[in-house]
Ligand binder design. Sequence first.
Ligand SMILES: [Zn+2]
Length: 339
Amino acid sequence: MAERYSRQILFPGIGREGQEKIRSKHVLLVGAGALGSGNAEILTRAGIGKLTIIDRDYVEESNLQRQQLYTEEDVLQKLPKAAAAEKRLRAINRDVEIEAIIGDATPEVLEELANGIDLIIDATDNFETRMAINDVSQKYRIPWIYGACVGSHGMSFTILPGTTPCLNCLLRTIPLQGLTCDTGGIIGPAVQMAISHQSAEALKILVEDWDAVRSTFVSFDLWRNEYIAMKMSKAKFSGCLSCGEHPTYPYLDKENMTKTTVLCGRDTVQIRPSAQGELSLEKLASQLGSLGYEVKGNPYLLSVELGEERMVIFRDGRALIHGTKDLTHAKSVYQRIMG
Ligand SMILES: [Zn+2]
């Protein structure tokens, strides 16, 4: 394996010392979609020590156009993205410890995962989770890298607690809420560009080359040939509730946690039950089968169909109701199927 990282060690910004630092680090990757796939692959190939990946979704055919870790076989098996990513990443580099979590990155879960993490990479598709990552980053002093992508447009910003403004500060100048959950499609090159910005910053942080870390907010559009890098040092706000003088970390407040969520850009609603606990998928499959539902599954989830209704239920009790954006309708489908 001496040759494995030779090109990266030859690169002056990393060197042998940097390689050893990369090897000793633990990154938390929130989301295993397009940005998550690319960041995970680059860090795994670069020889990161440990990668924890959390994702709540499973692989579908429409993901294959841009989510580079997944295959047609993963679609056929309806594998959860975290499980499919783990399988692929292990095949790429068996020296990297991969921890795959199939579940929702709630504030509670993110706080539990924060211990021992050197860096968080944002590969989510929603505002709520990003703001929770931002508060966890400030509370536990963990750097994080924001990234977003839609159409041919993407953005990235690196947040170092105590040094840079945080995402909550940025909201005063950039309307980031409006840029998520777009249904206008997306092209692979924009994804790759966002991944490149995030993973380059990740390598700098992992080798502790703080002077090299980008301080600007980057925004690009590959179709319109635009590239903007905005200085953000003045955006730091002393009254910020996440990074200011008297932080309250508002996005870690459990009251703020929604139980029912419309998933970004899709006709899908997620329902998270209030009671925690493992479901027996085997038992549920036979019950629903005897009620006339068409049930398919794998060790991680069940896919249930009856007429127009389609629902996927995970072992932790979380359900994705497809074909609707209506929360009330989704809840009634859930209750009808789950009894
Ligand atoms: Zn702030």
